[in-house]
Design a protein around this ligand. Structure first.
Ligand code: ADP
Ligand code: MG
Length: 334
């Protein structure tokens, strides 16, 4: 058992790790000195959430940023698998097979369903039994015995979830896990809220899940291996950028790296990439696609990204080679 002080220290360490683990961050050096930036951070959805406004009225900014944080908290209370207040936590921890959902949650699940189809199952938000088996929900992840993986595979898979008319969902005894998409959805909703408060120029970052509105913003993509080094700098306007990497949540066992992104077909952590960045106007899609493309590997990821209008991507494969979609270069700052 951990005593309280150890827990506290672990909490601070987690904070430091999470803070530095964010896949993408704003490159501060891009600011013009005459720009008036109001930036605030909070720990929400298990990560550091940053909201910035640029050249806006200070009072308006502060109340808009408060409302954006409140909205992100509301989404966490809907979708989190850790927070016992959340609707999804309650569904995961109940024996029932049939649930009646709010319109918002049902529509969210319909979108998950269409992305599951689009990615041919590489994005699978019903693999909670697998992430649990690998211990990614705990402080001590490790390689499970093959029979545990096989059992978790049987208790996983979006194919066993049925979305029925009028907000009804039916599922087998599996665990839903929206870790690959919830932050993208929250980024979309936070920008909507900022706009509804009259903010025109803003940036939100939920642990590497970015969405911006207004004029161009410069964002840096973290190098997957070299701490504090940027892989690339991007200039984006009214887009969302999502990076999934094997350097955010991982462990080593017998010299092998195991990361928190799971291949739903094998039940093992995906290993074809080090980092995948996806750009799309829709944060939810960018978030889910960066995870799915990480599973697919560079070649299938590139054909998928190039087939979806308004989507661009950068993949770094397991050997460190870059793959860029047809139009990715237009976002790159030399
Ligand atoms: P992060 O949450 O670190 O930004 P991702 O967006 O790539 O990274 O999401 C990874 C999380 O998504 C995992 O922690 C797990 O909860 C969930 N997950 C892992 N593999 C998959 C997958 N193939 N499809 C859908 N969700 C996944
Ligand atoms: Mg994702």
């Amino acid at each position: 058992m951990m005593n309280v002080d150890k827990k506290k220290i672990a909490g601070y360490l987690l904070f430091i790790i999470v803070f530095f683990a964010a896949g993408i961050y704003l490159s501060d050096f891009s600011f013009e000195s005459r720009e008036k930036i109001i930036a605030r951070t909070q720990i929400l959805m298990g990560t550091v959430v940053e909201v910035r406004t640029r050249n806006e009225n200070e009072d308006r900014s502060n109340s808009a940023i408060n409302a954006a944080f409140k909205e992100i908290k509301r989404i966490d209370d809907l979708l989190s698998t850790y927070n016992s207040k959340s609707t999804i936590w309650k569904i995961n921890n109940s024996e029932k097979k049939k649930y009646i959902l709010s319109d918002e949650l049902f529509n969210f699940l319909l979108r998950c369903d269409s992305i599951w189809i689009l990615t041919e199952g590489a994005f699978d938000p019903a693999l909670g039994s697998l992430t649990k088996a690998w211990g990614f929900y705990s402080d001590t992840p490790s390689v499970p015995a093959q029979k545990i993986i096989d059992k978790a595979l049987l208790k996983s898979g979006w194919k066993s979830v049925r979305l029925i008319d009028k907000g009804i969902i039916e599922k087998e005894s599996l665990l839903l896990d929206f870790g690959a998409i919830a932050k993208g959805y929250a980024a979309d909703k936070a920008i909507e809220i900022l706009k509804s408060h009259g903010i025109k120029d803003a940036f939100v970052n939920l642990g590497g899940q970015i969405k911006v509105t207004g004029n161009s913003w410069t964002v840096g993509i973290k190098h997957p291996r070299v701490f504090n080094l940027l892989l690339a700098k991007l200039k984006i306007k009214n887009y969302s950028v999502s990076t999934s990497g094997d350097y955010e949540k991982f462990f080593f066992e017998q010299g092998e790296r195991y990361c928190h992104i799971i291949d739903p077909k094998t039940g093992y952590p995906a290993s074809k990439c080090k980092s995948v960045t996806v750009i799309n106007k829709d944060g939810m899609l960018a978030d889910a696609l960066s995870t799915a493309c990480f599973v697919l590997g560079p070649l299938d990821a590139m054909s998928l990204i190039n087939s979806i209008p308004g989507t661009e991507g950068l993949v770094v494969n397991s050997s460190g080679n870059w793959f860029m979609s047809n139009g990715f270069k237009k976002f790159l700052i030399k």
